[in-house]
Ligand binder design. Structure first.
Ligand code: PEP
Length: 247
């Protein structure tokens, strides 16, 4: 197909304004836009405005790591999709496992966030993934199906959503899922989605040594990367690997 790969960097709660300046000094200057990759970087929300300045005239698309589903209201400490747009976010990560685990995000909240992002023209990256217990019980696929069904309920523009498969045991642990597992699960997710246009990307300890074998799996349409994206040289290496693949 002619689908572009999606490579996303999730900076989580790392990188101050000064760190971002140093990062983009190395990164944007070295980065030759890759015709087969959509590149998304998600810094901390408060840094989105300055990150927009730092990346203007580059091929970097910005994303947020989370958002509220209402446009405005009495929601102390939350972030409106309207302000994300003003600050230059084109993507938003929704339902990351850390948000599910530490901030009580449910599939129902995630469903509202997806609908709101779509309504505002912010492209959501929906994160799903089974935890270790579910894997060991042999209910990985069942878990993923429930996450997809509940998160996507009532949404008919699936082609405007990308999905990140992130097995919880693999996030930030250095223990990526195997290429075979990833291929199998991505094929399954594609069959549940029943649409050919969403990118199904893998996340979980992707680095500059395993990116090659993972991207070689035909059902892998890109990556969501935490730790390895924090180092611009490592991240550039991964982009270089993906830029040499053709799908
Ligand atoms: C993530 O947080 O989405 C992620 C995949 O992190 P890491 O690459 O560090 O496993």
């Amino acid at each position: 197909s002619h689908m572009k790969y999606l490579i996303g960097a999730n900076f989580k709660m790392y990188k101050s304004h000064k760190d971002l300046q140093e990062y983009f000094d190395q990164f944007v200057n070295n980065y030759a836009c890759f015709v087969n990759i959509d590149l998304m970087i998600a810094p901390m929300t408060v840094c989105l405005g300055t990150a927009s300045e730092m990346t203007k005239d580059s091929c970097v698309h910005l994303g947020a790591q989370n958002m509220h589903y209402e446009d405005q209201g009495a929601y102390t400490g939350e972030t409106s999709p309207l302000i994300l747009k003003e600050l230059g976010a084109e993507y938003v990560i929704i339902g990351h496992s850390e948000r599910r685990q530490y901030f009580g995000e449910t599939n129902q909240m995630i469903n509202k966030k997806l609908k709101s992002a779509l309504q505002h023209g912010i492209r959501p990256i929906l994160c799903i993934g089974e935890n270790l217990e579910q894997k060991e019980l042999g209910i990985s696929k069942e878990t993923l199906k429930i996450q997809l069904r509940e998160a996507l309920q009532g949404i008919d523009t699936l082609d405007q959503i990308d999905v990140a498969y992130e097995p919880v045991r693999a996030i930030g642990t250095g223990k990526s899922a195997t290429p075979e597992e990833v291929q199998d699960i991505h094929e399954y997710i594609r069959s549940v989605l029943g649409n050919e246009k969403s990118r199904i990307i893998y996340g979980g300890s992707v680095n500059d040594t395993n990116a090659d074998i993972l991207i070689a799996q035909p059902a892998v349409n890109g990556f969501l990367i935490g730790s390895a994206s924090l180092d611009p040289q490592k991240f550039l290496k991964i982009l270089d690997v993906v830029s040499k693949k053709n799908k």
